[in-house]
Write a protein that binds this ligand. Structure first.
Ligand code: DGL
Length: 289
């Protein structure tokens, strides 16, 4: 395909799996006239325990696909791990494409915390990245950050494995220390992986309902609006019927049914029967690296 993007072109969004839907729902709410193409790279998930070369290759392959097949006008990397590993190279490769990434919400957490002790749950890949280490350095002295790599947690969420989710939530939050509002306790928890907002309730059981949980979808959506506004690339008012039938398209390189179920569950009626298109692209269209 590869036509030039226009105002009516969609915004591409990708993640290793269903996690990016937590960002997509913020984008969908913030940018009410825009269309979105979502790619879940579930055939290559989880990303969190992969090396940078692998993540770079996946990010390039998916971005190329979104540009060639969907003529996207902007890209949102709705994955902390892929952002840390690949966003700089993606921006170098596609200088004309607005690209927005996501990082763990440390700055908002430092502003919100009263005790000054903040827990961060993320993938090993995110926490070991240079990008994250720079972010941490930039906040030196602003708060105490307790880092917890959560091997296996995104995968358990991806597979909707309730027993494993509960066990890992308990294990990881216990390993971090004491949560609460008293001096020295963690009163804020950063959800540094886009899968984690979907287990907010389970986490709440482990850390307590009074601990603030911070995710990064809303700032990503605002930043996407800013970039599109600067480039005068925001969609103009379409007809209502166009909005309802064509705003969301979903693609998976893995289990299409799992993505369909998650889209319906987390995006609600708008991702329902007539608007959701889920294809398995694992063995076609150049998505396998
Ligand atoms: N959802 C992704 C993130 O924000 C990656 C999860 C994974 O595949 O390990 O880091």
């Amino acid at each position: 395909m590869s036509t030039s993007p226009g105002l009516a072109s969609p915004i591409g969004v990708f993640d290793s799996g269903i996690g990016g839907i937590s960002v997509l729902r913020a984008l969908y709410a913030e940018l009410a006239l825009e269309k979105f193409v979502y790619v879940a790279d579930a055939g290559h998930a989880p990303y969190g325990e992969r090396d940078d070369a692998y993540l770079l290759a996946r990010a390039h392959t998916i971005t190329h696909y979104l540009i060639e097949q969907h003529a996207i006008k902007a890209l949102v990397v709705a994955c902390n791990t892929a952002t840390a590993a690949a966003i700089r190279e993606l921006r170098q490769t596609y200088p004309d494409l607005p690209i927005v990434g996501i990082e763990p919400a440390l700055k908002p957490a430092a502003a919100a915390s009263k005790t000054g002790v903040i827990g961060i749950m993320a993938t090993r890949g995110t926490l070991n990245s240079e990008k994250f280490s720079n972010l941490l350095k930039s906040l030196h002295g602003a708060a105490t950050f307790v880092l917890q790599p959560c091997d296996g947690l995104a995968d358990a969420i991806e597979h909707d494995d309730a027993i494993k989710i509960e066990a890992l939530c308990a294990q990881y939050t216990r390993a971090m220390g004491t949560f609460g509002l008293k001096f020295g306790e963690m009163d804020t928890l950063v959800l540094g992986c886009t899968h984690y907002p979907f287990i907010a309730q389970q986490l709440s059981k482990s850390v307590g309902a009074n601990v603030i949980q911070l995710e990064g979808g809303a700032p990503v959506a605002r930043q996407t609006r800013r970039l599109l506004t600067e480039r005068q690339a925001l969609a103009v008012e379409p007809t209502l019927s166009l909005v309802r039938t064509q705003r969301l398209a979903f693609f998976s390189t893995g289990d299409a049914n799992a993505l369909a179920a998650a889209a319906l569950r987390w995006m609600g009626e708008d991702a329902g029967a007539q608007t959701i298109t889920v294809l398995n692209l694992q063995a076609s269209k150049g998505l396998v690296c």
